[in-house]
Design a binder for this molecule. Structure first.
Ligand SMILES: Nc1ncnc2c1ncn2[C@@H]1O[C@H](COP(=O)(O)OP(=O)(O)OP(=O)(O)O)[C@@H](O)[C@H]1O
Ligand SMILES: [Zn+2]
Length: 460
């Protein structure tokens, strides 16, 4: 399997540090707003990448953090007049709602920065002791000129970086590119104790600490959006390698940006289309199909029209699958040469720098073949194509996955049971309880309507 490693700029053979096991860290969201289609891209891409590694037989240990303390969270809390923790807790809960709706499997670990402050302080102390960091009135800074490989990941020379990049402004720093490890708190800001006074961690150190603590000093893959290469990942790498003297992450994978109305889709500029709206209007599979149809490293232009087209294409596949399910044969097909050929093509595509556009096109080709086999009454092939879509490749891509649907159906049948219980209660005139069920469901976005022919429901 080959993946493009941002560190070397080349497509490289993927060889994990420990045979059979892949340790992987993905930078997660700063939680002060709902996630948007841009944030959905790394979430979907690296979730599918992990599923594919598992399909290829690896055990994957995946970490995705939540940045739950940051200037943007503090600003939002001030705007709303609430505690920053309340903002973070709220948007972590909202993240789960959207991630679930989008069919993203949870990682093995979802650490939050504020749970790691003691570890962060301990590691900053070590960096200070070793001469890689220094203290000023405003906090503690990393001395980038001490770390000889600075710029290795983003392939930039220090001189060019100073000229071109957004750098943290602070007149107490020794050098413009030095970045903060610990920020002294201003009055009223949330803070923790440290040897350098009350304050909070800088953004970059949190990922270094959480990844090293959970995955070890060296691990296989560090991933995130391409907007993070500089400064975030360059800085994470500098801190970690200064600390341990070892290679931090062996492979760096970066997804291209989702653009909307010509610019990067981004919470801080407000140029966003939320995952919630996208899934509600166009369905989970439509959005997943749109994301997976582009190679993960290419930029992607988002528009509602485009998403609507992807959603329609997905619906056509569902129609074919439903047609098969209403009278097709169930069971497991023979693993014949056609089966093997499809598996080879699927694996070949994804082994080649995770080429999901080709993998997804195989799924659509299979749907077309399924439709044709049904028309021709070729049951053996129909079963084979159906099986490949729903049981073999669908679960890897998180599209048309039979098991996922079973879970959704379970939710639906539970709702049916609740409606029956409520009807019984109403017949017995126990309106307090029947109304309570209706109100609780409404709070969760499920609206019941009592009609002469029974109770119907709709989901908001
Ligand atoms: N437009 C985008 N396209 C693709 N990936 C993105 C996009 N915006 C953010 N990401 C990725 O989403 C993840 C979460 O990032 P983050 O919460 O910083 O998003 P953001 O919307 O850019 O927020 P902010 O505007 O506050 O920086 C990161 O891996 C980041 O690289
Ligand atoms: Zn990070």
């Amino acid at each position: 399997m080959r993946i493009t490693n941002t560190l070397t700029g080349k497509k490289e053979e993927f060889v994990p540090l420990q045979p059979g096991v892949v340790r992987m860290y993905v930078c997660g969201p700063t939680v002060y707003d709902l996630i948007h289609v841009g944030n959905a891209r790394p979430a979907v891409v690296f979730d599918v990448f992990r599923r594919y590694l598992e399909y290829r037989g690896y055990r994957v240990i995946m970490v995705q953090n939540f940045t739950d303390i940051d200037d943007k969270i503090i600003n939002k809390a001030n705007q709303l007049g609430v505690d920053p923790k309340m903002v973070a807790d709220t948007f972590i809960a909202e993240y789960w709602r959207d991630a679930h709706a989008l069919g993203i499997r949870p990682a093995n670990f979802h650490p939050r920065t504020t749970d790691f402050v003691d570890d962060i302080v301990e590691i900053i102390e070590k960096l200070v002791e070793r001469g890689y960091a220094y203290q000023t009135k405003t906090g503690v800074y990393f001395d980038v000129r001490k770390f000889k490989k600075y710029g290795e990941l983003s392939k930039k020379r220090i001189e060019d970086l100073i000229a071109g990049a957004r750098v943290e402004v602070d007149e107490t720093k020794n050098f413009p590119l030095d970045f903060s490890l610990w920020k002294r708190a201003k009055p009223g800001e949330p803070c923790w104790n440290s040897p350098w006074g009350e304050g909070r961690p800088g953004w970059h150190i949190e990922c270094t600490v959480m990844s090293v603590k959970i995955l070890g000093e060296s691990f296989d893959i560090h991933a995130g959006g391409e907007d993070l290469v500089f400064p975030h990942h360059e800085n994470e790498k500098a801190q970690a390698e200064a600390l341990t003297g070892k290679i931090f992450a062996k492979y760096w994978m970066h997804n291209g940006m989702v653009r909307f109305l010509g610019d990067k889709m981004s919470k801080s500029t407000g140029n966003i289309f939320t995952v919630r709206e996208a899934v509600k209007k166009y369905g989970r599979d439509g959005l997943r199909y749109m994301i997976l149809s582009k190679h993960y490293r290419s930029p992607m232009d988002f528009s509602e029209d485009l998403l609507s087209d992807y959603s329609k294409a997905v619906r056509r596949v569902w129609e074919i699958l439903r047609r098969y399910e209403s009278n097709g044969v169930t069971g497991i097909p023979k693993r014949n040469t056609v089966y093997e050929e499809y598996v080879n093509r699927f694996v070949e595509a994804l082994d080649d720098d995770f080429n999901t556009p080709v993998a997804v096109s195989i799924l659509f080709e299979l749907a077309k073949n399924l439709s044709k086999s049904m028309e021709e009454g070729d049951q053996e092939n129909a079963l084979l194509f159906y099986h490949l879509i729903r049981r073999e490749f669908g679960p890897v891509l998180g599209l048309f996955d039979l098991n996922e649907e079973r879970r959704e159906v379970a939710g639906e049948s539970l709702l049916g049971i609740l409606i029956e219980v409520r009807e019984t209660l109403r017949k017995e005139k126990r309106y307090d309880l029947s109304d309570w069920i209706r109100d609780r469901l409404r709070e969760n976005g499920i609206i019941l309507r009592d009609t002469p022919s029974g109770t119907e429901y709709s989901v908001e």
